[in-house]
Design a protein around this ligand. Structure first.
Ligand SMILES: NC(=O)c1ccc[n+]([C@@H]2O[C@H](COP(=O)([O-])OP(=O)(O)OC[C@H]3O[C@@H](n4cnc5c(N)ncnc54)[C@H](O)[C@@H]3O)[C@@H](O)[C@H]2O)c1
Length: 254
């Protein structure tokens, strides 16, 4: 075998424009970095108000956007499109507060989880579809919780299972326009959000690093593993793949 091509040689996204929601931290940040490395121009749409500029290259820009807010979403999408259209949106922004025992879960809690994790992904995909050019790609971030559920995460797993449903339906409807729609189901990944969630358990003696590496490959889940899958799904390497949920979990659900 000859010399292996580098990722930017294999996946050339120069001239492509798009959006990563929740791209300031964790998985979204890693996805943004890989997309930019491949030459794509990325608008980070995130609701963290503490950062008003995260761009370390002209290929990366930040716009405040709460994905649950229609005006914020429309503004982010039209900014990224800049009268030319967009080529991808990665619907990554999500929340995962621990649900707790079923009998303690309130309707308000379930509604908020569905609002951020499902309704906002639906709205963002619908609005983006108006601007996506032929050959465009929507990537929705689901979770392995969508596939196997779990005790004490019922509202979260419910929301993520719905992401798979919307991915399949959007794929069927947008396919004839040359737009592909896929999801990624990450296993446990070491991000600020996960560290926040696990902090109380750590105080109780949980070995977080061990928990994050509790998969058959014994690899600690890093955001870049998800980013590599995302650039594959955005790029032409996956041009015959749509409606698919790609599990990236070190074999946890095998
Ligand atoms: N980390 C994991 O183990 C894991 C596993 C499976 C799925 N996921 C999913 O991956 C995605 C990213 O998770 P993460 O661990 O990187 O999270 P994180 O909490 O570390 O980062 C989330 C980012 O999304 C932004 N965000 C949150 N709500 C938003 C909103 N309403 N509008 C815009 N931006 C918003 C935050 O400001 C932050 O920058 C989520 O959808 C999550 O459910 C994570």
């Amino acid at each position: 075998m000859g010399k292996l091509q580098s990722i930017p040689e294999l996946i050339d996204l120069s001239g492509k424009h798009g959006i990563v929601t929740g791209g300031l931290k964790g998985i979204g940040q890693a996805i943004t970095r890989r997309l930019v490395e491949c030459g794509a121009k990325v608008l980070i749409a995130d609701s963290d108000p503490s950062i008003d500029d995260c761009s370390d290259t002209e290929l990366m820009a930040f716009q405040y956007c709460d994905v649950t807010n229609a005006a914020d979403l429309a503004s982010a999408i039209t900014s990224a499109a800049n009268d030319q259209g967009i080529d991808f949106i990665v619907n990554n922004a999500g929340i995962f507060p621990t649900t707790g025992p079923i009998e303690k879960v309130t309707d308000e809690f379930v509604s908020r989880m569905l609002e951020v994790n499902v309704r906002a992904q639906y709205s963002a995909s619908r609005e983006a579809s108006k601007y996506l050019r032929e050959g465009g790609s929507i990537v929705n971030v689901a979770s392995i919780a969508a596939l196997r559920g779990g005790a004490n995460i019922s509202a979260y797993s419910t929301s993520k299972a719905a992401v798979i449903g919307l991915t399949q339906s959007f794929a069927q409807e947008l396919g004839p326009k040359g737009i592909r729609v896929n999801a990624i189901a990450p296993g446990i990944i070491d991000t600020p959000g996960v560290q926040d969630q696990l902090a109380p358990l750590k105080a109780g003696g949980l070995d977080i690093e061990n928990a994050i590496a509790s998969n058959p490959l014994r690899l600690a889940g890093q955001p870049d593993y998800i980013a590599r899958a995302a650039i594959f799904l955005v790029s032409d390497l996956s041009s015959f793949i749509t409606g698919h949920t790609l599990v990236v979990d070190g074999g946890s659900t095998a």
